[in-house]
Design a protein around this ligand. Structure first.
Ligand code: MN
Length: 260
């Protein structure tokens, strides 16, 4: 019989990646866009799916806490609209599909990540749910609430760069991308309205739409949040967006070194 090692000597960091539940051939299935998994693998990380849990708030928080105890970082992924009640708003008629179990799980994940100082990368819905969890608000529908805004949900392939953003020089995002301007893809009809306390706005579109937030350098909790979808460029060699995943991997490495 072949001898198997008692424990793996693989030293790659584990990252919890949030997911949704969606009907597929009439069957409810946990789903996550494959590009997130590939982009994290490319950065040398091992992604683990964190599905929407159900139960009371304390049960969900306990379950999420167990998962986050076992990982080194968190990625909040794209998806449904956050329930407006979560930020004290009545639903707009332009509100899209919501997923209360996912809201509950991901908000618990934000708190658990903060408690554990787990480096956190937030993408699209991720930046929105992160902002709501920390006390900020959202624009429920850009087109109806900001008629002068650019088109942020064009009819284009997910990896088509459709609008520019401006980044704050020397911000975490600008350093990760190696640029202070970037043409990005845009697959969202919601955006951050009021940014939560503790989050610094580091990227905006020309119409003022918030496209990136992060924590301050002196904040012990590393956060990088973007409104676009950097994972969609995983197969585009040389895309600056790879730098965001590399930045997460580096932050995890640094956090590991700092831990006694
Ligand atoms: Mn956009």
């Amino acid at each position: 019989m072949p001898r198997l090692p008692a424990a793996s000597d693989d030293e790659r960091a584990l990252v919890a990646v949030t997911a949704t539940v969606r009907a597929d051939d009439g069957v409810a299935r946990v789903r996550l866009t494959d590009a997130y998994v590939r982009a994290l693998e490319r950065a040398g990380l091992i992604p683990i799916v964190l599905p929407p849990f159900t139960g009371s708030e304390s049960e969900v928080a306990a379950a999420v806490g167990r998962v986050l105890d076992a990982v080194d970082g968190l990625v909040l992924t794209g998806g449904e609209d956050v329930e407006p009640a979560r930020y004290g708003a009545a639903p707009s008629q332009h509100l899209g599909r919501t997923n209360p179990a996912r809201d509950q799980t991901e908000i618990a994940a934000v708190f658990a990540a903060r408690q554990r100082l787990l480096p956190t990368l937030a993408i699209c819905r991720g930046i929105q749910v992160l902002n709501v969890a920390l006390g900020g608000t959202l624009i429920q529908d850009i087109t109806s609430e900001r008629p002068a805004a650019l088109i942020h949900d064009p009819d284009a392939a997910r990896d088509t760069r459709t609008h520019p953003i401006q980044l704050v020089a020397n911000s975490r995002a600008a350093r990760a991308l190696g640029a202070t301007t970037l043409l990005v893809n845009s697959v969202h009809h919601q955006a951050i309205d009021r940014a939560a306390e503790g989050l610094v706005i580091t990227a905006t579109a020309p119409d003022g739409t918030i496209e990136g937030v992060e924590t301050r350098e002196d904040d012990a909790w590393w956060i990088l949040g973007v409104q676009w979808h950097p994972e969609e460029f995983v197969r585009h060699g040389g895309a600056p967006d790879h730098g965001l995943f590399a930045a997460l991997a580096k932050a995890i490495q640094r956090a590991g070194v700092a831990t006694p």
